[in-house]
Design a protein around this ligand. Structure first.
Ligand code: AMP
Ligand code: MG
Length: 512
C-alpha cells in the first residue's frame, strides 16, 4: 500500500454503507497512475446539508448521469463532496506558476479535488470538485469557494461552451449554508468541473523549477499518451507537444477576442495545457467597447486587459517553453516552437472569426486593415461590442440612401456620433460589394456567428442575488438562455439588454 494512501486513510471513512443508486461508468483515473509526487490523495471535506443550485443536464449527459439521478438527494451529497461515487480516487494535484508576471513558486489545487476520470464514446472526462475543502496546497486559505463565484464559474463555463469556445465544462453548483469569510461572510458552494484534463502550464513549470527532469518527462509523457498520441510520431515528441499547446493557445486567444471575453487572471497556473479556458474568476465580457478594459478589480497594473491577452498568452507560452528546455535541450528550438505556431494560429483563427462576424464571404488582402478600422471605430465610439455585431447582422448589403437612417437604425442607435457609424457602414457596404453574398444567406450566417446573449455581469449578479435568497430559478434560466447564445429566444429578450442603472458600479475581484 503506498504511503500516502495509508496517510490518508484517516480521512477516508465517509462512504455511507448503503450502495449509491448510481450507474457510474467505470472510472479511468489516468492522472492517478502518475507517481505520488504529482498529487496528494485525500477526500473532500463534507459540507453540511448541501442543496443543488444549478445543474447542466448537457454535462450530465456527457458523463453518463441519468436525468433521474440528478433529482435524487444523493446527487447533492456526491457533488458537495460528502459521499464518494464508486471508483473515485480523490486527489489534489501540485503545480507552480507565474502570477502577474512574477514567479510565485508552488501553488497547486488549494481547493480542488479530482475525483477521477472516465472514458466514454464522447471522450475522456475528468471530474473535479472546486471548493470542497483544504488540501496540502491551500497555503493557509480555507479551501472553499463562495456561492457568488461558483455560480459565475458554472454559468460562464457553459456559456463559453455555447459560444463554441474551448473550455472546461461545469456539471453543477451545490450550495450549503456553511459560512465562508471573504470581505464579508458569505456561504460555501462547490462547482463540479468536467474536462478532458486539468493539467496547466504551471504543472510543467513546477518540475523544471525544481530541477526534476524525470518528473517533467513523466508529465509530458502522460499528456502525450492521454491526450496527444499523434505527437509520438514526431522526431521530438516534446517539441511536438509544445507546438500543439502553442497552436491551441493561439486559437483560444482568437476565440476570446472574437466574443469579447476577458479572463482577468491569465497567470501560468490558470493556462490549460489542452488549450481550454480554465479557472473562471474575475472574468468579464466586453460591453461598451474599450480595448484597455480591466475586468479584474485586483489587476492594478492592467496586465490582463482585453488588448493584452494575446501578448500575455505568448509570454506564458515562453514560460512553458523554458520549462520544456530539459526535454527539448536547445533553447532556440524551444523558442521557435512558439514563434512558428502561436502567431499564425492566432491570426488565422482571428481572421476567420472576424470575417464571419463581419459577414465577409471570402477573404481579400485588405481585410486585416478593415478589421483594424472596425476596432478603431469601436474604440473611439464605444458601442456595446455584442449588440454592434448583432445589429450589423440584420442590415442589408445595399441601402437606398433616402431610407438609410431608418434601415440602419438598430446599429446607428448604438452610437452617439451617428455620422461615424454611417461612414464605417458605407465602407462595410463597399467591402460587401467586392464579394457579393445573398442578403438572406449572409444574415443567417452572421446571426449564427454573432451572439445575442452573453453572460453580462449584471445578468450573473441578478442570478447571484436571487440565489442568495434561495431562489435558484434565475441560475437555471440563464443557463438555458446561454446554451443557445445566437438563437432568438423571445422569452429571454431582456437578457440581451444593456446593463441597467443599478449595475453600473459592479466590480469583480480575485476574491472568490
Ligand atoms: P486562482 O487565482 O483562483 O487561480 O488561485 C491561485 C491559487 O490559490 C491556486 O493554487 C488555488 O488553488 C489557490 N486558492 C485560491 N483560493 C483558495 C482558497 N479559498 N482556499 C485554498 N486555496 C485557494
Ligand atoms: Mg487558478
Amino acid at each position: 500500500m503506498p504511503d500516502s494512501f495509508a496517510r490518508n486513510l484517516t480521512n477516508l471513512p465517509m462512504n455511507a454503507p448503503d450502495p449509491l443508486p448510481l450507474e457510474f461508468p467505470d472510472f479511468d483515473n489516468s492522472f492517478a497512475t502518475l507517481p505520488e509526487a504529482f498529487y496528494t490523495r485525500l477526500n473532500p471535506q463534507p459540507l453540511p446539508a448541501p442543496y443543488p443550485v444549478g445543474v447542466s443536464d448537457e454535462v450530465a449527459a456527457l458523463i453518463g448521469l441519468s436525468p433521474e439521478f440528478l433529482q435524487r438527494p444523493e446527487f447533492a451529497e456526491i457533488f458537495a463532496g460528502n459521499r464518494l461515487m464508486p471508483g473515485a480516487e480523490p486527489l489534489a494535484a501540485v503545480y507552480s506558476g507565474h502570477q502577474f508576471g512574477v514567479w510565485a513558486g508552488q501553488l497547486g489545487d488549494g481547493r480542488a479535488h479530482l475525483l477521477g476520470g472516465l472514458r466514454n464514446p464522447q471522450g475522456h472526462w475528468e471530474i473535479q470538485l472546486k471548493g470542497a475543502g483544504r488540501t496540502p496546497y491551500s497555503r493557509g486559505a480555507d479551501g472553499r469557494a463562495v456561492l457568488r463565484s461558483s455560480i459565475r464559474e458554472f454559468l460562464c463555463s457553459e456559456a463559453m461552451a455555447g459560444l463554441g469556445v474551448p473550455t472546461t465544462r461545469a456539471l453543477c453548483v451545490i450550495g450549503a449554508d456553511h459560512p465562508v469569510r471573504r470581505e464579508e461572510i458569505e456561504t460555501a458552494a462547490v462547482v463540479t468541473r468536467v474536462a478532458p484534463g486539468f493539467v496547466r502550464f504551471g504543472s510543467f513549470e513546477h518540475w523544471s523549477s525544481r530541477d526534476r527532469p524525470l518528473e517533467l518527462q513523466q508529465l509530458a509523457d502522460y499528456v502525450i499518451d492521454t491526450f496527444r498520441p499523434e505527437c509520438r510520431d514526431a522526431l521530438n515528441p516534446y517539441d511536438a507537444l509544445l507546438r500543439d499547446v502553442s497552436r491551441r493557445t493561439g486559437e483560444l486567444m482568437a476565440h476570446w477576442m472574437a466574443v469579447g471575453f476577458m479572463h482577468g487572471v491569465m497567470n501560468t497556473d490558470n493556462m490549460s495545457i489542452l488549450g481550454l479556458t480554465l479557472d473562471y474568476g474575475p472574468f468579464g465580457f466586453m460591453e461598451a467597447f474599450d480595448a484597455g478594459h480591466i475586468c479584474n478589480h485586483s489587476d492594478h497594473q492592467g496586465r490582463y486587459t482585453y488588448r493584452n491577452q494575446p501578448h500575455v498568452a505568448q509570454w506564458n507560452l515562453y514560460c512553458l517553453a523554458e520549462a520544456f528546455l530539459p526535454l527539448i535541450k536547445r533553447p532556440k528550438q524551444a523558442r521557435e516552437a512558439i514563434d512558428e505556431t502561436y502567431g499564425d494560429a492566432f491570426e488565422a483563427t482571428f481572421e476567420r472569426l472576424m470575417r464571419a462576424k463581419l459577414g465577409l464571404r471570402a477573404g481579400l488582402d485588405d481585410d486585416e486593415a478593415f478589421v483594424g478600422e472596425t476596432f478603431g471605430l469601436l474604440q473611439q465610439h464605444r458601442p456595446d461590442f455584442t449588440l454592434f455585431f448583432r445589429a450589423l447582422s440584420r442590415l442589408p448589403a445595399a441601402v437606398d440612401p433616402q431610407n438609410s437612417t431608418k434601415t440602419d437604425a438598430a446599429l446607428r442607435d448604438l452610437f452617439v456620433d451617428r455620422s461615424a457609424c454611417d461612414a464605417w457602414l458605407s465602407n462595410w457596404r463597399a467591402r460587401q460589394a467586392q464579394t457579393p453574398w445573398d442578403d438572406a444567406e449572409r444574415q443567417t450566417a452572421m446571426l449564427a456567428s454573432n451572439p445575442k446573449y452573453i453572460l453580462r455581469n449584471w445578468l450573473a449578479e441578478k442570478a447571484i442575488r436571487q440565489a442568495k435568497d434561495k431562489d435558484f430559478s434565475e441560475v437555471q434560466r440563464l443557463l438555458t438562455c446561454l446554451r443557445n447564445p445566437c438563437a432568438e429566444q423571445p422569452e429571454f429578450e431582456d437578457y440581451a439588454a444593456l446593463p441597467p442603472e443599478w449595475a453600473s458600479g459592479l466590480e469583480v475581484s480575485c476574491s472568490s
